[in-house]
Ligand binder design. Structure first.
Ligand SMILES: O=P(O)(O)O[C@H]1O[C@H](CO)[C@@H](O)[C@H]1O
Ligand SMILES: O=c1cc[nH]c(=O)[nH]1
Length: 244
């Protein structure tokens, strides 16, 4: 009998090559709005998982919690149960003026300002998404904001504002905490990866207000969250991915 993966409790019985990962376990429940034949799989620690079908494609949705270590464990355990295509659907803070709330930000690459991925490969190794998934993102969401994002490990360091100003000046479009982990570890494991982020904080806006508005279901944030989930399902169910 196959043992369950120790943190996610997944096994190869999930029987799918495609997954959406989110930070917040509550987002897993929101994803059910788009899926048929939803089966609850597991909920252990921060890893809540369900399986459903979208346009007849079987897709796993799983939360990873906040930050690189828990996301990294999630990605490794997805790899261990034969998942090949993984899209992160997360929330972000904008790093440029003019990116509105609920706008989708799609990472063309990620600054690896996390502590975990340097334990895998030196920091000069790039965190880049899959070309195939990126091409499909452009097909379904041509008006999203495309650019380099930055994944970081926290909000409350004394030099946080200076760090954000530095990276904004370098042209970074958005910030989250897990994308660099997915792109770096996923690439090391031969997976196809992409990160789609819903902007919940305007550049130089108030983090507390933005993240609380997401929690409380403010309209623009909720619309962005649902749009980002739908986009991930559209991409993962695209027929072109079956033809390879
Ligand atoms: O909404 P999620 O997917 O959790 O993403 C973002 O939100 C959390 C911080 O508020 C971090 O996990 C960050 O990456
Ligand atoms: O400003 C923000 C909001 C969500 N997630 C981040 O990483 N930054």
């Amino acid at each position: 009998m196959e043992e369950q993966q120790p943190h996610t409790q997944l096994t190869t019985e999930i029987n799918t090559d495609s997954a959406v990962i989110v930070g917040d376990p509550a987002r897993v429940d929101k994803a059910t709005e788009f899926l048929k034949n939803v089966q609850e799989w597991a909920f252990n620690r921060e890893y809540k998982s369900i399986i459903g079908t979208y346009r007849n494609k079987r897709i796993l949705v799983m939360s990873t919690g906040i930050g690189a270590p828990s996301a990294g464990i999630g990605v490794e355990e997805l790899h261990n149960v034969n998942v090949k295509n993984v899209i992160r659907v997360g929330s972000a803070g904008a790093m440029q003026k003019g990116i509105g709330l609920g706008k989708l930000i799609i990472g063309e690459g990620a600054v690896r300002d996390d502590g975990l991925t340097k334990k895998y490969v030196p920091e000069i190794y790039p965190a880049v998404p899959s070309f195939k998934l990126m091409a499909l993102a452009h097909k379904y969401a041509p008006k999203a904001v495309y650019g380099i994002i930055r994944s970081h490990d926290g909000f409350y360091m004394d030099d946080n504002a200076e760090q954000e100003a530095f990276w904004s000046e370098k042209g970074i479009v958005g910030a989250d905490m897990e994308s660099s982990t997915l792109l770096t570890i996923g690439r090391q494991r031969g997976m196809e990866t992409l990160s789609i982020l819903n902007n919940v904080v305007l550049y130089e806006g108030d983090l507390t207000t933005g993240v609380n508005d997401l929690v409380n279901g403010a309209d623009l944030m909720t619309r962005g969250e649902m749009a980002s989930l739908k986009l991930a399902f559209d991409i993962l169910s695209d027929q072109s991915l079956e033809e390879n």
